[in-house]
Design a protein around this ligand. Structure first.
Ligand SMILES: [Zn+2]
Length: 206
């Protein structure tokens, strides 16, 4: 069964949500966008889980609403949990927004480097990619890399926000650059791109 990806970007924060899906099931990466559009697309498919790339408010702003609609586990790094319950750490307060909601730890599955998540007949590998935050993880499914705000087509995520770390980012980028195969990268903002193009044109990967 083939695995497809649909991009959603209508939530007003220019953050991308991705729906990984086959004919019957799906996974949502970053609940950042309008749930109505998303639900229409999901239709009869079963949502099996929500994957968070990191704990910045503009990537999980619809998480609490999504959990009311779907009773599914939320995968995240343990440091992301601290952010989603803290307006300062999630950077929401910087923008005058309140996203501080309680989320039951029972619905959370903590992931770290080396964790795996099953989808279809495939395995999603979790990679810890700190630098933009101390909770940034990427999800690798076949030749698709969902990397949140680590890497964009021509730039990288900020390292000057809380828990950002420049030297960790340099190390993370080196690891991504060495990844095998021509990956399609699904970033937290901006357009989907090929890693091989970023290696050529993104100055931060030189
Ligand atoms: Zn971010």
């Amino acid at each position: 069964m083939s695995i497809n990806v649909e991009v959603f970007c209508d939530g007003g924060y220019s953050s991308n949500s991705y729906l990984i899906y086959n004919k019957e099931n799906c996974l949502l990466v970053d609940p950042a966008n309008d749930l109505k559009t998303l639900k229409r697309f999901i239709g009869e498919k079963t949502l099996q889980g929500i994957l968070l790339t990191h704990g910045h408010y503009d990537h999980f702003i619809q998480l609490f609403n999504a959990l009311k609609e779907f009773n599914v586990p939320v995968y995240m790094h343990k440091n992301a949990y601290k952010k989603i319950i803290d307006n300062d750490l999630s950077c929401a307060s910087l923008f005058g927004i309140n996203t501080e909601f309680y989320i039951d730890q029972k619905s959370v599955i903590f992931v770290d480097n080396g964790s795996t998540i099953k989808f279809d007949n495939e395995i999603i590998n979790v990679l810890f990619h700190p630098g933009h935050t101390n909770c940034s993880v990427s999800y690798l499914l076949l030749d698709k890399l969902f990397c949140g705000d680590v890497l964009f087509p021509y730039s990288i995520g900020r390292t000057d926000l809380p828990t950002g770390n420049n030297s960790a980012m340099i190390d993370t980028l080196k690891r991504i650059k060495k990844m095998q195969g021509d990956l399609t990268v699904y970033p937290g903002h901006d357009e989907v791109f090929y890693l091989s193009d970023a290696v050529k044109y993104n100055p931060y990967l030189k």
